[in-house]
Design a binder for this molecule. Sequence first.
Ligand code: ATP
Length: 268
Amino acid sequence: METPPAAAIRARNASKLFLDGAVVAFRQLDLEVRTQEILCIVGPSGCGKTTFLRCIAGLIDLSAGDILVAGKAVSGPPDSVAMVFQHFGLLPWKTVYQNAAFGLAMAGASRETIRDRVGHYLDLAGLSGFEQHYPYQLSGGMQQRVGLVRALAINPAILLMDEPFAALDAQTREILQNELLELMERPDERKTMVFITHSIDEAILLGDRVAVMTARPGRLKEVIEMPFGRPRDPEAVRSDPRFAELRAHIWHQLHTAPKRAAKTREVA
Ligand SMILES: Nc1ncnc2c1ncn2[C@@H]1O[C@H](COP(=O)(O)OP(=O)(O)OP(=O)(O)O)[C@@H](O)[C@H]1O
């Protein structure tokens, strides 16, 4: 066995409260994301998953505790972290190329760098030839590929994925899951990824580990290692008997109250 790589992200006793504490998004979260792993997070609606991602991305501050990215406490957006959103987040008045180049352009990259990196990822995402199209001229799946290209083009060490495939139809969703798996199997493209999803199947298929959160205020209920290894053949994983067992287990975890529910009402 190789030595496990250091944590890329570490949340220590992290809590986030809104409205002067009237809303507790998540509370006392301790979680490590290993370098180059895909950690999927599932949890009931409103348990603070998006808020947690936004805290890692440095877009909002924690109320208590801290989050370390590459060993440094987050205070403002860390370098080398990119986010992919559920509703794609594309600018409708910009072309595919301009949207894909947006992050790099904002970071002041040279025209050549932008051309090389955006070209590379548009090609990998099967979007070559669509550079001059506008988002409204693309299918949902293609729009999200542009969202992914925009994130990957800045060469982030960490990708934060906030239900990126939730707005897609089931078939397109499967195609994008497969494409993401394929991309992440490439050693030169592999990233640390935190992937939020409501789909248990998606979490099991993509994740090296799956973190299950409780209902709001969100706490970590369990972090489960997926036994499928890499490279991962989606069809083989879906038909593996352990897939059904894991699905049943996670479903049960999501639908049973935490053992110590009373504790969640304590002050952070
Ligand atoms: N800016 C804000 N001000 C007040 N409350 C907020 C704010 N942002 C989030 N919340 C609340 O914090 C809680 C957690 O929200 P969050 O969006 O992180 O949950 P989630 O687990 O991502 O939900 P979903 O799965 O439905 O996307 C919710 O009750 C939400 O209403």
